[in-house]
Design a protein around this ligand. Structure first.
Ligand code: ARG
Length: 270
């Protein structure tokens, strides 16, 4: 019998996909010649924010900037732990200008913002998990950024190496279920990093390639509800078996840019 799961109210930061498009290719999902339906993207995104609010979560919004088509992926702009904002420095020159509007939003909301010197893509790769921070590297965020994050945030940072270009950010291959557990796709990690994950999380929920390719690991959990891609059916079943409540939300239009639910969702932990 699975134990009852208790949700915790979250504060999320998002950015409306008004200017969403695929205009360049910086990951294998992106094909600028394949059209994106912006109206459909906006409707899907609105559903996501409505669902968050319906589950009791607070949703704040940064004003989108024309010419920054990936700005909707708010998770990449920073990672916030105990009210400390560790900002971003994007790998791709196309995305570098996104940091400023997010930094400005955080400052006007009363937060100090640390600007990293090394390439760092916020919660895309730096994933707070209870007492420590899991940190991806291999494609975007660097080991130097992991060191900077540990120094600024004062939390242990555990580096994990990503090896599959389809899972270029840690949040495409792993998500945090609650303070004590995660779900992940083992094959996205180097052998040593797989061992680290197995040591830290002997009871983790594991996903196969099909669920991972359906953006099933790019999910958001409030400790009870898991907002998850409807394509990740097998993973949703495994989560339900463990007492979590899968809440399917379709962001398929954003998959064309290599993003899903978690990519669109920054969590403000204060
Ligand atoms: N097109 C964006 C990029 O490649 C997608 C970012 C997705 N965000 C995420 N947190 N995984 O940078």
């Amino acid at each position: 019998m699975a134990e009852p799961r208790v949700p915790r109210r979250r504060r999320f930061l998002v950015c409306e996909p008004r200017h969403f498009a695929v205009q360049y290719a910086i990951n294998p999902w992106m094909h600028p010649d394949r059209p994106v339906d912006v109206a459909r993207a906006q409707a899907q995104w609105k559903t996501l924010t409505d669902v968050y609010r319906a589950h009791g979560h607070t949703v704040d919004s940064v004003e989108p900037v024309p010419g920054l088509p990936d700005m909707v992926f708010a998770a990449n702009c920073a990672v916030v732990v105990d009210g400390r904002v560790f900002g971003s420095l994007f790998h791709a020159p196309e995305r570098r200008p996104e940091s400023l509007p997010f930094d400005t939003w955080f400052k006007s909301a009363g937060f100090d913002v640390y600007r990293p010197e090394s390439v760092c893509e916020g919660e895309g790769d730096l994933v707070p998990a209870g007492r420590w921070i899991l940190a991806g590297t291999g494609f975007r965020t660097t080991r130097d950024a992991h060191r900077e994050a540990q120094e600024y945030l004062g939390a242990p940072v555990i580096g994990l190496t990503l090896v599959d270009p389809y899972f270029y950010h840690l949040d495409t291959a792993l998500f945090v279920l609650d303070d004590d557990n995660v779900a992940y796709y083992p094959e996205a990690f180097s052998p040593g990093s797989r061992e680290v994950l197995a040591r830290l999380y002997p009871d983790a929920v594991l996903a196969g390639r099909e669920d991972a390719m359906a953006f099933g690991l790019n999910s958001v959990s409030d400790g009870r509800h898991v907002f998850i891609s409807p394509g990740a059916t097998e993973l949703a079943g495994r989560l339900a078996d463990r007492g979590y409540v899968p809440v399917p939300v379709d962001l398929s239009e954003f998959h064309k840019a290599g993003g899903g639910i978690k990519c669109c969702t920054q969590e403000i932990r204060s």
